[in-house]
Design a binder for this molecule. Structure first.
Ligand code: UDP
Ligand code: MG
Length: 324
């Protein structure tokens, strides 16, 4: 049985007037080809999200829409950043589409990977991650900082797909589940693996930005990475607790050592007391911080209001989405 296949391609845009003509042209041609090949429904569309741009981005989107009903758009009230703009697009598209593909406006994500993504979807996958096969187009610095970032995330126990950004296909039911994640600090690529469902990977070569500048300067990149870590892991808190315990154990050893020196060697007056209390108080303080941190960590998890489970199949509702 063929799965439902009304596709929306969601593209967040912030000051992208330089690339938008080309992006719209190429995406439109791609959708047309897919519609003609009967791979997607004829009502499929391209949805541009204007993330509070200060240039002519929105005027362009409106003009596209007037010429071609296959292109549509939403405009946010102000700039909210890539992840929020993307979420706005996904949540809007989910009301109309069966399949949503998100990609950047700057044509760095290879449009031709869409065919392979749709194939994987047709085979029964509900999330298809676009993964960069090479990072030739990135600088040495960006490549290595990115690698370090994925490694740290994995060490902290966060499930992220290596070299996957936000080029991905998701089915309607995945987006319905995404809606239940109430967090404000959005790090979408960390949430999708949490949702579950069957997933697949499609490799593509990431190109250079077609025109315009990157909207992710180093500062934003670092704050994004920091958000990713602190929104998904309480391991840093656990590290403090472990450190506290270790220092406390060391303090007991040091106490024994100090007493030994005091009894059998030569020490200055008051040295034993000072040395022992310094280590013990330090260890106890860090230990207490770790315990307080545990509670803070719990509060932080509660405030996210994440769904505790997601039901994949309920036979009573089977025809609502194409589940089986
Ligand atoms: N973007 C956005 N809002 C922002 C910053 C970026 O919607 O505040 C969009 C941007 O238009 C592009 C995508 O997010 O479509 C990725 O941004 P960019 O290409 O600048 O990031 P890079 O590829 O350099 O990491
Ligand atoms: Mg880019």
């Amino acid at each position: 049985m063929k799965r439902k296949n009304l596709l929306y391609v969601v593209v967040p845009c912030y000051n992208e007037e330089k690339v938008l003509d080309e992006t719209a042209k190429r995406l439109n041609a791609k959708l047309e080809a897919l519609i003609n090949a009967k791979k997607i429904a004829s009502e499929s569309k391209i949805l541009f999200i204007n993330d509070g741009s200060t240039d002519k981005t929105w005027a362009k989107i409106v003009a596209f829409h007037q010429q071609n009903k296959r292109i549509t758009g939403i405009s946010l009230a102000r700039n909210r950043g890539h992840q929020n703009a993307l979420l706005a697009g996904l949540m809007t598209a989910k009301n109309y589409a069966d399949i949503v593909i998100s990609m950047d406006a700057d044509l760095q994500d290879d449009i031709n990977a869409i065919d392979k993504m749709l194939e994987k979807y047709e085979q029964g996958n509900d999330i298809v991650y676009g993964v960069r096969s090479k990072r030739k187009s990135d600088s040495f610095f960006k490549r290595n900082t990115a690698l370090a970032f994925y490694k740290i995330m994995q060490f902290l126990g966060v499930d992220v797909i290596y070299n996957h950004a936000d080029y991905r296909l998701t089915s309607k039911k995945v987006l319905a589940a995404l809606e239940d994640f109430g967090e404000v600090n959005l790090f979408l690529r960390g949430i999708f693996p949490l949702i579950g469902y069957s997933s697949a990977i499609v490799y593509y070569e990431r190109a250079k930005r077609f025109a315009g500048e990157s909207k992710y300067p180093l500062k934003k990149m670092l704050s994004f990475a920091w958000d990713g870590i602190t929104s998904f892991s309480v391991k840093p808190i656990r590290l403090i607790l472990s450190l506290g315990i270790i220092i406390f154990i060391i303090s007991i050893l040091i106490t024994i050592y100090c007493l030994f020196v005091k009894l059998f060697g030569y020490t200055v007056d008051g040295w034993t007391f000072l040395a022992c209390s310094m280590w013990m108080v330090g260890g106890l303080q860090m230990f207490s911080l770790g315990i307080i941190g545990e509670y803070v960590g719990k509060i932080y998890k509660e405030t996210k209001h994440r769904p505790r489970y997601i039901i994949a199949i309920n036979l009573e509702e089977e025809e609502k989405y194409d589940l089986l």
